[in-house]
Design a protein around this ligand. Structure first.
Ligand SMILES: [Zn+2]
Length: 234
């Protein structure tokens, strides 16, 4: 984070699609940037079936890929044990799924620390009871909203994020959010994406991802930063 940065932007890529994640990481690396991925703990299992039927046809990455991307400087964060909607589940069941998810991440990723992690909730949803409990096990959790947060500090545990979908067409939405952010004195935009090309919810083209990154790098007041690192620096 530079001293001049009054605005932070985090792009977060959900669901762990294998081909898209590899290409996304490469696009960030060409600019010396780190990407952030929220992946499903069991998404790579042969019997994994997402509540979103369209996801099943898309190959997921496994923890061999996630370890490789983490070693290359990217951020690998949890996105649930099996992509259940935790706004709809009873608290005990949702808590159990979060605990199992964090156990998988701790076992599979050498540098993973739950107390520093940002849990990207599937469907951006949590019951009030779950939301009250989550800060006891993770640094922060991500839900849906307008996507613009105050600058991170030690008290920030609930991250608002915004997403466009289900079809592509993010261009106008993304740049409107950047304008909304930079019109404020300061703030932190958490913008949620999924895959590239045709993969996932609201996919973007590789060309548009490059355009987004280049546009962000051009704005002096903006730092592009991964969510957990933004919180760790706060
Ligand atoms: Zn998801």
């Amino acid at each position: 984070m530079t001293d001049a940065a009054r605005h932070l932007v985090s792009l977060s890529f959900d669901d762990g699609f294998r081909a898209s994640s590899i290409r996304t990481a490469e696009i960030f690396e060409r600019r010396g940037l780190a990407a952030s991925f929220n992946v499903i703990a069991t998404g790579h299992h042969a019997d994994f079936s997402s509540p979103d039927a369209y996801q099943d046809a898309i190959e997921k990455g496994d923890f061999g890929l996630w370890r490789d991307l983490a070693e290359r400087g990217h951020e690998i964060m949890p996105h649930g044990y099996r992509h259940a909607n935790k706004g709809e589940l009873p608290f005990a069941e949702a808590r159990d799924l979060v605990e199992r998810c964090l156990e998988v991440f701790a076992a599979e990723l050498p540098a993973f620390r739950a107390e520093e992690a940002v849990l990207g909730l599937p469907y951006n949803a949590a019951s009030d009871e779950l939301a009250a409990w989550l800060p006891s096990v993770v640094r922060a959790y991500r839900v849906g909203g307008d996507g613009i947060n105050d600058m991170p500090d030690a008290t920030l545990v609930r991250l608002s994020s915004t997403v466009f979908g289900p079809r592509n067409g993010n261009e106008a939405h993304f740049f409107a959010k950047i304008d909304e952010l930079t019109a404020r004195e300061s703030g932190w935009l958490v913008y949620l994406l999924h895959g590239l090309g045709e993969e996932g919810y609201g996919p973007v083209s590789e060309d548009f991802l490059e355009e987004m990154l280049d546009a962000l790098c051009e704005i002096d007041s903006v730092d592009l930063v991964t969510p957990a690192r933004a919180l760790a620096r706060a």
